[in-house]
Design a protein around this ligand. Structure first.
Ligand SMILES: [Zn+2]
Length: 154
């Protein structure tokens, strides 16, 4: 059974959603985004879970994606990790964490990122780059300009 992120809950036909693994926190998110859709989803048979997110947080911290993930994202990731089932998501950070774990994932639409990336700091002045150990932006050692966090291909 697939693990479904909220984009799938919003866009997939109902018959494709039946039996899927979802987090309780997604229902609240869905009620905010589309109350009608939330009502439909509640009427079909799905597996609603409230996972412990400790391992998911550790995995996301290891790739530097943790600051980009919401609590709902972490719940969905935790369900995927604990069930071992394929995660359907278009979120690049979730895909990145899955790739680092060799966990199977698919896109909800047809956009699947093909490469692992890391986060790096890039100076807006002299364009110098360095590895981002944290997600905090800092000043360039060379020219003193601000450095911004960017996605870097590995
Ligand atoms: Zn610089």
């Amino acid at each position: 059974m697939p693990v479904l992120d909220t984009a799938a809950l919003l866009h997939w036909p109902m018959d494709r959603l039946v039996g899927g693994l979802v987090a309780h926190s997604q229902l609240a998110e869905l009620q905010r985004l589309s109350p009608q859709r939330a009502m439909l989803i509640e009427s079909i048979d799905m597996q609603w879970l409230s996972p412990s997110t400790q391992d998911a947080q550790a995995a996301a911290a290891a790739t530097g994606d943790l600051p980009r993930l919401s609590q709902v994202d972490l719940d969905v990731l935790a369900i995927a990790m604990s069930s071992g089932q394929t995660l359907f998501t278009d979120d690049y950070s979730l895909q990145n964490v899955c790739r680092s774990l060799s966990h199977p994932f698919e896109s909800v639409s047809n956009r699947k990122s093909t490469q692992q990336w890391a986060w790096e700091l890039r100076c807006i002045g002299c364009r110098a780059t360095k590895q981002a150990d944290s997600q905090t932006e800092e000043e360039c050692d060379i020219c003193g300009s601000p450095m911004k966090v960017k996605r870097a291909r590995r």
